[in-house]
Design a protein around this ligand. Sequence first.
Ligand code: HEM
Ligand code: NAG
Ligand code: NAG
Ligand code: NAG
Ligand code: NAG
Length: 253
Amino acid sequence: MIALLMAVTGQYSWMTMLPSSAKKQQLPTITPVRGFNVVDDIKSKVEKACPGVVSCADILAIAARDSTVFLGGPSWTVRLGRRDSPTASRSAANTSIPPPTSNLSALVSSFSAQGLSLKDMVALSGSHTIGLARCTSFRGRIYNDSNIDATFAKSLQSRCPTSGNNDKLARLDAATPTHFDNCYYRNLLSGKGLLHSDQELFNGSSSDFLVKRYTSNPSTFFKDFAMAMVKMGNITPLTGSKGEIRVNCRKVN
Ligand code: HEM
Ligand SMILES: *[C@@H]1O[C@H](CO)[C@@H](O)[C@H](O)[C@H]1NC(C)=O
Ligand SMILES: *[C@@H]1O[C@H](CO)[C@@H](O)[C@H](O)[C@H]1NC(C)=O
Ligand SMILES: *[C@@H]1O[C@H](CO)[C@@H](O)[C@H](O)[C@H]1NC(C)=O
Ligand SMILES: *[C@@H]1O[C@H](CO)[C@@H](O)[C@H](O)[C@H]1NC(C)=O
């Protein structure tokens, strides 16, 4: 159940996008994100059983994997032993995450700065097969983009006005929001990507073939997604005597 909540609220995902050393730095920034209390619950149980040993970074990495499996997605091996960052930097967190207004080349360079390829980026974005986004994240898309399904745009406009209602939520994958499947890519083929950055992956350019591949071949998507999650989880982790084991996942010790 915890895993389901985690995946549906998706609060782990922002962190799994970041190098492990930056993960904890981002926590203060994302605490308002829906569902972070689930992480607090897991952490307090783990601390009771075995104090000061398991990092928040490892908890998040495991939760990301288990939630994916629980919702019908692929599994992978999570290497453990990450430690948490002893600092918190909102600007470091900000620059690690591309905004949803990004074009394809900005997405590619942001992932490539972390050692992740175009294929990794397209596969990882498939995680938008679950979860929600706020009106502020897709307003530009539903009012200003031309490559959007008209009916889809209309129905979103009725929930997300040109101003106000910034926190109103919509499903990233309207078709099957609680299943980890390849519907995210199917949506893109019909102009139903919710974020501008989503639709950029299928908009007449270098990543189109990957979207088509994952649409027609779900097992290839699962395989590439799992591989990319392992790769992302291994980006410059803090280990040994570096960093700390946080007592409270929301703040540095
Ligand atoms: C390609 C670059 C990416 C961009 C631009 C991006 C952008 C976003 C945005 C804007 C939201 C909605 C946040 C909100 O409005 O509150 C979101 C949600 C989400 N993202 Fe991403 N994302 C990207 C990659 C990823 C990756 C790599 C993962 C995980 C592997 C991921 C997993 C999720 C999940 C699960 C949610 C739902 C969160 C929720 O329901 O609370 N995203 N993303
Ligand atoms: C980081 O992003 C948040 C939210 O978009 C913004 O309010 C804040 O000013 C940014 N901080 C820095 C240091 O870039
Ligand atoms: C993509 O976005 C970046 C950053 O906003 C911008 O500098 C660049 O000109 C854009 N590229 C294209 C091809 O539109
Ligand atoms: C749409 O584009 C226009 C012109 O660039 C801009 O003034 C407006 O703020 C944009 N609307 C949204 C909702 O992003
Ligand atoms: C991508 O989509 C936008 C509309 O959001 C459009 O203006 C642009 O020409 C499209 N094509 C490419 C190759 O970027």
